[in-house]
Each structure stands twice: as structure tokens, then as C-alpha cells.
Ligand binder design. Structure first.
Ligand SMILES: Cc1cc2nc3c(=O)[nH]c(=O)nc-3n(C[C@H](O)[C@H](O)[C@H](O)COP(=O)(O)OP(=O)(O)OC[C@H]3O[C@@H](n4cnc5c(N)ncnc54)[C@H](O)[C@@H]3O)c2cc1C
Length: 417
């Protein structure tokens, strides 16, 4: 039997690729002294899955747990598609993370039956040449990354399906594009299990405030023990650590719409339209071409109201739909009256300023917290997982200040876009 056949994708996603199944497949040694696992990773979204993957690659015995399955419908990683870009203004840290992640995304794409990465290119455009534009150009020069500066006439020539009124300049990244989010995470977990990692469907109870953490308890009452623990619970982190993160991570309601272009109209297909973001004087809209027939995607990047990832209403609002149509009328007029093909409500899990969190729990040195993707985290998954794994294994001593818990405030003032 081949390794891939031993534990099928369906088994993984149903949560039956348990320790026993994997041991049966001859890949996991169960009779280890001390705790059964080197590291338990709680949360199989993009951050937890890449962390588990890198830990497994480092030779660890890793157990990955998720309450509802990898990239499930309520997870932030559970959407259809996510943009990957390196344009971050002066923010080298995220430009580098996005770039460093790209090779891993390409590798994952080569492993999946359908693309994980669509190299559509990414275009960001601006009403005026604001500092963010020049900072992004400088950052790309510094790092030796390709970035094309387009004037309005050039954008008009390349993309006549967009109404360019009021736009002065665009930045085009030919090497970047769109990631198929749910497919990416589920493929990665499959690869991780095939590489000897263990995955289980299990909800972990909040660990409370004990002096030490030497096990996690599941909702069924089972205690699972490891040397170290990683909590990558996305928008659930404030519920898992209420006293530490209840006021430091702010989940917000975000609506996404997919519109069906006219039958036979190929102007919104990848190849004719890249991933795009309109900075629109700071009131950002972004979207993606009609990938894999799902429709042209559009979202307003404004933070919505506070959202509970368990109980929040996931029906898109009429006001959100009208807002999307009004924007389309201005910028993508051929789509303004087209039928809505699909809508989704997801949540951002924002830190106070948009910086990610990759840091040890202040009381428990054997616990790492990874999260606060803040609406831009997906693309960084591979680099975040590597960084987290390095902190777990001790390859890296401390996180840099921007990623540390201590730098996270309790009042929102978004700075990272
Ligand atoms: C609408 C929208 C658009 C976005 N667009 C982009 C984009 O274009 N580009 C980009 O880079 N990023 C984008 N993002 C951000 C990105 O999707 C997130 O930052 C990222 O997916 C967060 O991943 P995560 O692993 O932290 O969380 P999640 O994906 O939510 O994963 C957390 C997991 O933890 C599990 N869990 C929680 N609590 C427990 C528990 N107690 N026990 C067991 N399991 C538990 C959950 O079931 C879940 O699967 C967007 C986000 C949204 C919502």
C-alpha cells in the first residue's frame, strides 16, 4: 500500500486518521516514554496546520487537533480564496513573510489535484501617489522583488473592463496571485498525515489559569499530554484565553460576495483580470477574478461589527450587498446588475493594530499562541508556521517585538493593511 493510500484524504478530514490508524499504517511509534507527543497543536487553520507541518518536518511527534475540521466553514481559513501579495508599504516584515511563503504555496499547489495557487498577478491601485505607494516601491527595491508601477493609461489599456476614473497609479505584482484557502489547508493536513503527523477531530477546553499546563482536556473529558502546546485557534483565541486575549483580539464580521459575469463574458477570468485592491482613499475594496467558476469576488475591507465565530449570523446583509453593488457600478460597471452567485460571512480576528501574534504564553513557557491574522494572515501561513515551529523547538529564542503579545493593545487602531 502506498503512503497516500494508507490514510486517505477523506479519513483525515473526517477526523478518523487517529494515532491508532497511523500506527496501524506503520508510521507512528506509540510506545514512547513520557508524554505521548512532543507537541500538540490546537487548531487546524492555516497557522496551526503549517506549524504542525514544520514541527513534523523537524522530526517531532505532533498531534494536530481541530474542533470542527481543517478549514471548516466557520474558520477564518475556510473561505474559497485568499490573496497573496507583497505590497505592504514600508512593512518589510510582511513583505518578506509573504515572499518567503510563496515557494511553500507553490510546492503545496504541486501536491494538490487542483491548484492551490493561481498565479493571477495582483494589482493595487490608488487615487493619488500616497506615501504607501512609494514605501512599497522602496521595500521591493530593497528586497530585490519585482513590482511594476503602472500609470492610469497603462491600466486602462491592460484592463478596459475597469472604470479608472479618479485613479492615478497602480502597483502590479506579476509573481503573486490567489490561494484557494480551504483546499490549501485540507491538502496540507493530508500531506502532514502522510508525513507521519497525527490529526484528530477534538474540541479542546479552555485551559484555565493553573500554575502549569501539562495536558489539554477535550470536550469528551480525555486528557492529552505533550511536552509543548501550540494554540492556533484563530477567532476563538479570546474564548480559549479570556483573561489574556479577551480584550486583545477583536473578531469582526466580514461579508464577501461573488457575482456571476454575463454568460460567455471572459473579461473577469484569470488571465484577463488579476487579483486587485482599490485603496480608494483608505476605504479599501478588493477582489479576485472569476476563479474556477465561483464568480467575481468582491469584499469591503472595512472592519464589521464584533462577531462570535460560534453563534454569529452568517447570512450576508442587504446593506452589504447594496454597498458591493454601488462599488461595482463605479469601478466594474458590467457587473453591477449581475446576479449574486454566492455570499459568505467570515470573521477577521484582529489584533489592535493588525500585527500577528506568535509568542509564548506569559505564564506557561511550554505554550505558544499563534494568531491574530487580522484580515491579511492567510498568505503568511508557511512563514508563520516555520517561525512558530522555531520557537517551539528552541531554534529561535524570542519573537520579535511586533509579533509579541506585549505589543498588543486593547484599543483598535489599524495600521497594517
Ligand atoms: C473574508 C476574509 C477575507 C480574507 N482575505 C485574506 C486575503 O485575501 N489574504 C490573506 O492573506 N488573508 C486574508 N484573510 C485572513 C486569513 O484568512 C486569516 O488571517 C487566517 O485564515 C487565520 O487563520 P488561523 O489559522 O489563525 O484561524 P482559523 O482558520 O480560524 O483556524 C482556527 C482553527 O482553530 C479551531 N479551534 C478553535 N478553537 C478550538 C478548540 N478549543 N479546540 C480545537 N480546535 C479549535 C477552529 O475550528 C479552526 O479550524 C481573510 C479573512 C477573511 C475572514
Amino acid at each position: 500500500m502506498t503512503r497516500r493510500a494508507a490514510v486517505t484524504r477523506r479519513e483525515v478530514l473526517r477526523g478518523v486518521a487517529t494515532t491508532a490508524a497511523l500506527a496501524g499504517a506503520g508510521r507512528v511509534a506509540l510506545a514512547a516514554p513520557g508524554p505521548e507527543w512532543d507537541t500538540i497543536v490546537v487548531g487546524a487553520g492555516v497557522f496551526g496546520s503549517w506549524t504542525a507541518w514544520h514541527l513534523r518536518r523537524a522530526g517531532q511527534r505532533v498531534l494536530l487537533l481541530d474542533a470542527s475540521g481543517p478549514a471548516n466553514a466557520r474558520a477564518s481559513s475556510g473561505g474559497e480564496s485568499r490573496m497573496t501579495r507583497t505590497i505592504y508599504g514600508a512593512d518589510d516584515v510582511y513583505t518578506k513573510m509573504a515572499w518567503d511563503s510563496l515557494a511553500d504555496w507553490r510546492w503545496l499547489s504541486s501536491r494538490a489535484g487542483l491548484p492551490v495557487f493561481h498565479p493571477t498577478g495582483v494589482l493595487m491601485f490608488f487615487g493619488r501617489r500616497e506615501p504607501f505607494v512609494d514605501q512599497s516601491i522602496e521595500a521591493h527595491k530593497r528586497l530585490g522583488l519585482r513590482l511594476d508601477v503602472l500609470d492610469r493609461a497603462e491600466m486602462q489599456k491592460r484592463y478596459p473592463q475597469i472604470a479608472w476614473d479618479g485613479v492615478e497609479v497602480g502597483l502590479f505584482e506579476p509573481d503573486l496571485g490567489v490561494l484557494m484557502a480551504r483546499r490549501a489547508v485540507q491538502t496540507l493536513v493530508q500531506e502532514y498525515v502522510a508525513a507521519g503527523g497525527a490529526y484528530r477531530l477534538a474540541a479542546v477546553m479552555p485551559p484555565g489559569d493553573a500554575a502549569t499546563l501539562d495536558g489539554v482536556r477535550t470536550r469528551e473529558g480525555e486528557t492529552l499530554r505533550a511536552e509543548r502546546y501550540v494554540f492556533a485557534c484563530g477567532p476563538w483565541l479570546p474564548k480559549v484565553f479570556p483573561s489574556l486575549l479577551g480584550n486583545r483580539i477583536f473578531p469582526t464580521r466580514q461579508e464577501v460576495f461573488f457575482f456571476a459575469p454575463e454568460n460567455g463574458d471572459d473579461r473577469f477570468e484569470p488571465g484577463r483580470l488579476p487579483g486587485w485592491a482599490d485603496f480608494n482613499d483608505g476605504d479599501i475594496y478588493y477582489g479576485m477574478p472569476d476563479l474556477e467558476g465561483r464568480g467575481f469576488k468582491i469584499a469591503h475591507d472595512r472592519h464589521g461589527e464584533r462577531f462570535d465565530p460560534d453563534t454569529g449570523d452568517r447570512r450576508a446583509s442587504e446593506s452589504g450587498l447594496s454597498d458591493a453593488r454601488a462599488y461595482l457600478a463605479k469601478r466594474f460597471p458590467a457587473l453591477a446588475a449581475r446576479p449574486l452567485a454566492e455570499s459568505r460571512v467570515c470573521q477577521y480576528e484582529n489584533s489592535s493594530n493588525g500585527d500577528l501574534v506568535i509568542d509564548r504564553h506569559p505564564r506557561w513557557a511550554n505554550v505558544l499562541i499563534v494568531g491574530a491574522g487580522s484580515g491579511h494572515g492567510f498568505k503568511h501561513g508557511p512563514a508563520v508556521g516555520r517561525y512558530a515551529a522555531d520557537l517551539v523547538t528552541g531554534t529561535r529564542d524570542q519573537p520579535e517585538a511586533r509579533l509579541a503579545l506585549a505589543s498588543k493593545g486593547e484599543v483598535q487602531h489599524r495600521e497594517v493593511h
